[in-house]
Design a protein around this ligand. Structure first.
Ligand SMILES: *[C@@H]1O[C@H](CO)[C@@H](O)[C@H](O)[C@H]1NC(C)=O
Ligand SMILES: *[C@@H]1O[C@H](CO)[C@@H](O)[C@H](O)[C@H]1NC(C)=O
Ligand SMILES: *[C@@H]1O[C@H](CO)[C@@H](O)[C@H](O)[C@H]1NC(C)=O
Ligand SMILES: *[C@@H]1O[C@H](CO)[C@@H](O)[C@H](O)[C@H]1NC(C)=O
Ligand SMILES: *[C@@H]1O[C@H](CO)[C@@H](O)[C@H](O)[C@H]1NC(C)=O
Ligand SMILES: CC(=O)N[C@H]1CO[C@H](CO)[C@@H](O)[C@@H]1O
Length: 499
């Protein structure tokens, strides 16, 4: 890729027009306010490696990559990944170097509980996470800890995993160990990451671990149990830990934006929202599954010859138990889609039941992942929608990032974060959206599930041909360092960080 010397020359490379930079007339919108913290994230299976270190148990990802390597685009695995199990100090060094406020990590269930259950807790597993968290705190970086990010123990999967209602109890035992061990140091916990994705892709389509193609029935069952597990963990924290530890507990929802293909079709956008983001946010913020979703699935099930709706039913007691179980609205947002209502939807598994078809606007710029278009206004749309629908909860954007194909001069990633952060700042200043955290995905190129290492989201690249897995900063790392150093959104530029 062509190097460019000044910001103006960069414009042609990143196709960021002058008017796009100027679009925010009010310059004070570029200042990052006191109450907005900016950080970066990774997750356990995607970076740690050490898959068989000490007494760690096997998890569903270990099983999938070893038994069905063809399910990963480049037939790679997370056995070594970024070797963060051994190189966590280097990761923290870089987070510090870029002056980020927080680092979002997740814990490996099978590393902490090798048998999946709480009767045997791994001392080595606990030690690793204590070391990592202590290193962050020593460097004045806030740890955001996700308890479950898709890598549960295989032994629990052998009992049905998230389709077994006992998973609620297994998860609660694990969460209890986590709160007890780490709650003195960690003040932000996330129970589950992107329930929609691990249920739809893991148990509906079966394209990620545990790789079970159980159709929408399996996905809804997974979601039902996972929502209950989340709520029980929240209540456990309230009952046993909150008064001493004084932290915040929430869940992270996958909220892509669905924009009406024709301006008058706002119902299509509403249906698509309720089937995706609303599937888990409605039970937590309003109570029960969204009515639109219940009605549509009931009708679809009937038409398909089922005697009952494929969407399980919560009892009134369960509805009450789940409602209100979140101290913040955790949101992962990457991109947007156009939606329209069609008689026979051939859309993805989830939207099929809704009669919605999704597509892209051909004018949107695509990135290294074909589903990921750069649509900053869709991000603002989602932030305002969450404010309006759920009474302006504190929002933590827990993931947001753009993919490339091992490009070091990642102008497009800088452009992405510039435009999305600018949109976020407008939502905060102009629309009074209560956004408190923004987290770039990801610190380092990592194992991107079924894509393997074929596309990286990292601000740092990895030398994959070296067993030492050296971290090499991309251009976006220095851009973020400047943004964080000045606490002001900066136009794209091009000086690279030195180690
Ligand atoms: C751990 O797995 C690696 C392959 O990733 C293998 O080479 C090594 O022998 C294993 N170690 C143990 C102790 O099983
Ligand atoms: C999934 O379920 C729907 C509704 O019953 C059915 O039309 C479809 O063929 C099923 N798909 C697979 C792959 O079984
Ligand atoms: C929206 O408007 C278009 C063009 O006027 C029309 O074809 C379409 O049927 C309308 N859709 C809805 C849902 O009203
Ligand atoms: C610019 O934004 C700041 C912060 O929200 C606000 O106080 C100020 O009034 C705005 N100025 C104009 C000209 O809109
Ligand atoms: C990656 O590692 C290999 C093997 O150690 C080394 O030859 C190569 O120079 C490294 N590449 C970079 C970009 O550091
Ligand atoms: C579809 C999607 O958003 N995928 C991303 C979700 O988040 C994980 C990290 O948890 C990324 O690796 C995926 O690419």
């Amino acid at each position: 890729m062509r190097k460019c010397l000044t910001y103006v020359l960069c414009l042609s490379v990143v196709t960021l027009s002058y008017s796009e930079v100027q679009a925010t007339k009010n310059d004070s919108y570029f200042v990052i306010p006191e109450g907005l913290k900016i950080g970066v994230g990774t997750s356990s299976y995607q970076v740690e490696g050490g898959w068989n270190a000490s007494d760690k148990g096997e998890n569903v990802w270990d099983r999938l990559v070893h038994s069905k390597p063809w399910m990963i685009l480049d037939e790679t695995d997370g056995d070594l990944a970024a070797d963060s199990y051994n190189k966590y100090k280097e990761d923290v060094h870089w987070v510090k170097r870029m002056k980020f406020d927080h680092y979002r990590i997740s814990l490996s269930w099978a590393r902490i509980l090798p048998t999946g259950l709480s009767n045997s807790v791994s001392r080595e597993g606990l030690r690793y996470y204590h070391n990592l968290i202590d290193e962050l705190l020593a460097n004045n970086i806030e740890p955001l800890v996700t308890i479950y990010h898709w890598d549960h123990p295989q032994v629990l999967e052998d009992m049905g995993g998230w389709t077994n209602h006992m998973m609620v109890k297994f998860y609660l035992e694990y969460a209890n160990v986590v709160f007890r061990e780490f709650g003195d140091k960690v003040k932000v916990f996330t129970t589950l990451n992107e329930l929609q994705l691990f249920c739809l892709s893991g148990y509906g389509i079966g394209e990620i671990a545990p790789g079970k193609p159980l159709n929408i029935t399996g996905a809804y069952l997974c979601g039902h149990n996972a929502l209950k597990a989340h709520a029980e963990a929240y209540h456990l924290y309230n009952r046993e830990y909150r008064s001493k530890q004084n932290g915040r507990v929430g869940i992270v929802s996958h909220c892509a934006s669905y924009l009406p293909k024709t301006p008058n079709d706002t119902l299509a956008a509403e249906i698509a929202f309720e089937f995706s983001c609303g599937w888990i946010s409605h039970p937590i913020y309003i109570g029960d599954y969204p009515k639109l979703m219940k009605d549509k699935v009931a009708q679809f099930s009937k038409d398909a010859g089922f005697t009952e709706s494929q969407l399980p039913v919560f009892s009134p007691a369960e509805i009450a138990r789940i409602k209100g179980t979140s101290d913040y609205f955790g949101m992962n947002h990457y991109t947007s889609f156009l939606v329209e209502q069609v008689p026979d939807s051939e859309s993805n598994l989830l939207l099929r039941d809704s009669g919605i078809k999704q597509s892209y606007d051909p004018s949107w710029e695509i990135t290294g992942m074909d589903w990921l278009n750069i649509v900053p206004h869709g991000f603002g749309y989602m932030l305002r929608k969450i404010k309006a629908k759920y009474n302006n909860p504190p929002v933590y954007v827990t993931e947001n990032g753009s993919a490339d194909n091992q490009i070091m001069d990642d102008h497009q990633r800088i452009k992405y974060h510039f435009l999305y952060l600018r949109e976020l700042l407008s939502a905060v200043y102009r629309d009074n959206c209560n956004v408190q955290k923004y987290t770039a995905w990801s610190l380092v190129d990592c194992f991107e599930w079924s894509t393997g290492y074929a596309a990286g989201f990292g601000l740092l690249a990895l030398n994959m041909s070296s067993p030492a897995r050296e971290r090499i900063p991309k251009l976006s790392a220095s851009w973020f360092e400047t943004v964080m150093g000045t606490r002001k959104l900066q136009p794209p530029f091009n000086s690279t960080l030195q180690k």
